[in-house]
Design a protein around this ligand. Structure first.
Ligand code: FMN
Length: 172
């Protein structure tokens, strides 16, 4: 079992999948449980997770996001913010910011849990919310913010470069 630091270092966006190898329900359940373990503003968990296994729906999502890896991966998770859940406690800041933060942190936890489970993942973000919402028949209160591809990798991606700490960090 990798420690946390190894897990983080081994997470790379996987864009090629073994499409014929399913994710076991227990493994998928474990990833979803890890999303729930993520921090959230006021512990409200202002998000909703849509697990898409249906091939036709994954094809549609791949077209909407312009990313074929969503079809190749046997599972997509559409991570949605639920802004009004956060707005009830935090008003406009909850609606505009906290719900999006809750959702994206949950997505990140899923991606890290995937590594620990031996799975790969990739985030697709280039889609129109409205078309994804209507394709999945989501309630108008939900904002799809990320579509995650999940599956067993068919490639070992090269680590991508990172900006220097000095460019990104200020010590005071
Ligand atoms: C908000 C966000 C949107 C992203 N959208 C896409 C996308 O539409 N397509 C894609 O291939 N990767 C997408 N990615 C993945 C990034 O390209 C990737 O994380 C980055 O290049 C670093 O590579 P790594 O994940 O392998 O470390 C997205 C990541 C984030 C956080």
């Amino acid at each position: 079992m990798w420690d946390f630091f190894q897990t983080v270092r081994h997470r790379h966006s996987v864009r090629r999948y073994q499409s014929d190898v399913a994710i076991e329900p227990e493994a998928l359940h474990g990833l979803l449980e890890m999303a729930l373990a993520a921090p959230s503003a006021g512990d409200l968990q202002a998000y909703h997770l849509v697990v898409v296994r249906d091939a036709e729906t994954r094809r549609k999502l791949a077209d909407l996001a312009g990313e074929d890896f969503l079809t190749e991966s046997p599972v997509n998770i559409v991570v949605c913010a639920d802004p009004e859940v956060s707005a009830r406690q935090f008003g406009q800041r909850g609606r505009d910011l906290f719900a999006l933060q809750d959702a994206t942190i949950a997505a990140t936890y899923i991606q890290l849990a995937a590594v620990a489970e031996g799975l790969g993942s990739a985030w697709a973000g280039g889609f129109h919310e409205e078309t994804v919402r209507s394709t999945l028949e989501l309630g108008s209160h939900l904002r799809p913010v990320a579509i995650l591809a999940l599956g067993y990798p068919a490639e070992i991606p090269e680590p991508t470069p990172r900006r220097k700490l000095n460019d990104l960090v200020t010590y005071i």
